[in-house]
Write a protein that binds this ligand. Structure first.
Ligand SMILES: [Cu+2]
Length: 273
């Protein structure tokens, strides 16, 4: 390619970039319009797949260790590094917390949702016990400067590994004596889909406490690569909006709080084309 052609290409790229910037500027200018603002917010949060990389959006997850022993409690610590390699200290509050840490075994058994403590030097730390040998996926879910980001890395627990196949798709799960049902899961690949759950105990409805600013918390992971999907909770019901990028199987982990205790109900969901 000759230099003038290259320059022309570069100019076109610049025009495209500035065109996009102008559009974004226009969007900011409309912020007084609540409908437009809500739409812009949705577009900003529209990135439906996260958690596939250790580094994204100029941010890097730096785990202090990638190995642990089974059934022994240890301190999991990490930092979030910016583009310049500096430790990030400022995080936005999302779902009432500045950091959500999800730890699952790669076969999607053993789910934990933790809220580590931020120390003065920018280190996040939490006690953690991993029940069995295997490879665990650690997701750090947070937001910096209004941009939600989920970064992930693997943690190895040596020993005899018995991987389990993903359970068959089901619309009901029993956990800690609660019966949890997926009552509306009209799910289509590639669009925002509603997921509504009900919780009963002894056939009676259960009174749910608020958990992380909503009636429940839902994590959805794609079978295979464990892509971490973006899920929106609704404030006053066990209803969520999730984007399933493609047909296939996903594992859902619904968490809810009753009488001061958080319970987790896992589901396998088959998403049709
Ligand atoms: Cu959390």
């Amino acid at each position: 390619m000759t230099t003038p052609v290259k320059l022309a290409g570069f100019a076109a790229l610049l025009a495209a970039v500035f065109g996009a910037a102008a559009l974004a500027g226009g969007a900011v200018g409309r912020i007084h319009d609540p409908a437009a603002a809500a739409k812009d917010e949705m577009n900003m949060a529209a990135d439906p797949i996260r958690g596939l990389a250790v580094s994204e959006n100029g941010l890097t997850l730096a785990l202090d260790r990638r190995a642990a022993r089974p059934r022994s409690r240890f301190r999991l610590s990490f930092r979030i590094l910016g583009r310049n390699g500096r430790v990030v200290h400022d995080f936005d509050v999302e779902h009432t917390k500045r950091m959500h840490l999800i730890v699952v075994r790669r076969d999607l058994t053993s789910f934990q949702h933790l809220h580590p403590t931020l120390h003065r030097d920018g280190t996040w730390a939490t006690p953690l016990t991993l029940p069995q040998a295997g490879t665990y996926r650690v997701f750090a879910d947070f937001s910096v400067d209004g941009k939600p980001t989920t970064l992930a890395d693997d943690l190895q627990v040596d020993g005899d590994v018995r991987s389990l196949p993903l359970p068959a798709p089901a619309t009901a799960a029993v956990t800690d004596g609660f019966r949890v049902r997926l009552i509306d899961g009209t799910v289509h690949a590639g669009e925002e889909s509603p997921l509504t759950f009900s919780v009963t105990r002894g056939k009676q409805p259960v009174s749910l406490q608020d958990y992380l600013g909503a009636k429940g918390h839902l994590v959805a992971l794609r079978e295979g690569d464990l892509a971490y999907l973006h899920v929106h909770p609704e404030e006053n019901s066990l209803r969520f909006e999730a984007s399933f990028p493609n047909a296939g199987r996903y594992r859902l982990f619904l968490q809810f709080k009753v009488a001061g205790r958080v319970h987790t109900a896992p589901f396998t969901l088959e998403v049709a084309r």
